[in-house]
Design a protein around this ligand. Structure first.
Ligand SMILES: Nc1ncnc2c1ncn2[C@@H]1O[C@H](COP(=O)(O)OP(=O)(O)OP(=O)(O)O)[C@@H](O)[C@H]1O
Ligand SMILES: [Mg+2]
Length: 225
């Protein structure tokens, strides 16, 4: 096994007016390729902040993030974007679907971003849509989908190009039991079949139970991993 993601003394403060408000106070983590990790902890402890940093969506105040051997702090913005596109699928706490595009349009856009125009992922798309039971919803726009369906489209979009690392911020947070099971089943299958590394924030002990490891956070620190 090899380390696919590593942070060293990672810190992040948000500026509010003249104040620096610390959200992460020094996080050191190692995640091995093929791990399925849960991040748990009380609201406001810094879980989403950590995930956004890992995904290159935010810059740290200090400390390092190494993705597959590449230090995000030491590459250019363009390279960081490229690493993110090639290696990471991000599932947001809020869905962030394009409201004017259908479900299919949202997925095709993601494929285009990831693969360029010669998209070769029809096979992936069919498999993912089946896993998520979305096959007959492809022509709906987000507002014509239920919250659970929107969440599943957002998930499909994040995993469609088979990223080595999937970062998911409460992917089952707004879902009922049945939808949650569909989503967790998909993660498990991707993890086992394609060895994709998954880091998932969750408040749900049942969701955490399918993971191979739980990282617990409190007040900007990792208290147990
Ligand atoms: N853009 C921002 N500007 C200022 N403060 C922020 C910003 N985003 C988050 N914070 C603060 O940083 C802290 C950590 O927030 P974060 O969203 O990482 O928490 P969380 O663990 O994901 O919580 P939840 O479980 O409620 O989603 C909180 O105190 C929050 O108020
Ligand atoms: Mg959060």
């Amino acid at each position: 096994m090899s380390t696919i993601l590593k942070t060293e003394d990672l810190k992040k403060s948000y500026k509010i007016g003249k104040l620096d408000v610390p959200a992460l106070r020094g996080i050191s983590l190692d995640v091995e390729e093929g791990e399925f990790v849960a991040i748990m902890g009380p609201s406001g402890c810094g879980k989403s902040t950590l995930l956004h940093l890992l995904g290159g969506l935010l810059s740290p105040t200090s400390g390092s993030i190494i993705i597959d051997g590449e230090d995000l702090a030491k590459v250019s913005d363009a390279q960081r974007t490229d690493i993110r596109r090639r290696k990471i699928g991000f599932v947001f706490q809020r869905f962030n679907l394009f409201p004017t595009l259908t479900a299919e349009g949202n997925l095709k856009l993601a494929e285009k971003i990831h693969l360029g125009n010669g998209a070769k992922s029809n096979v992936n798309r069919r498999e993912i849509l089946k896993m998520l039971k979305l096959e007959d919803k492809m022509h709906h726009k987000p507002l014509e989908l239920s919250g659970g369906e929107q969440q599943r489209v957002a998930l499909a979009r994040a995993v469609i190009n088979r990223p080595a690392i999937i970062l998911a911020d409460e992917p089952t947070g707004n879902l009922d039991t049945e939808n949650s099971e569909i989503v967790l089943e998909m993660f498990k299958e991707l993890n086992e079949k394609y060895n994709q590394t998954i880091i998932m924030i969750t408040h749900n002990p049942e969701a955490a139970a399918v993971c191979s490891r739980i990282i617990r956070m409190r007040d900007g620190h990792v208290v147990d991993q």
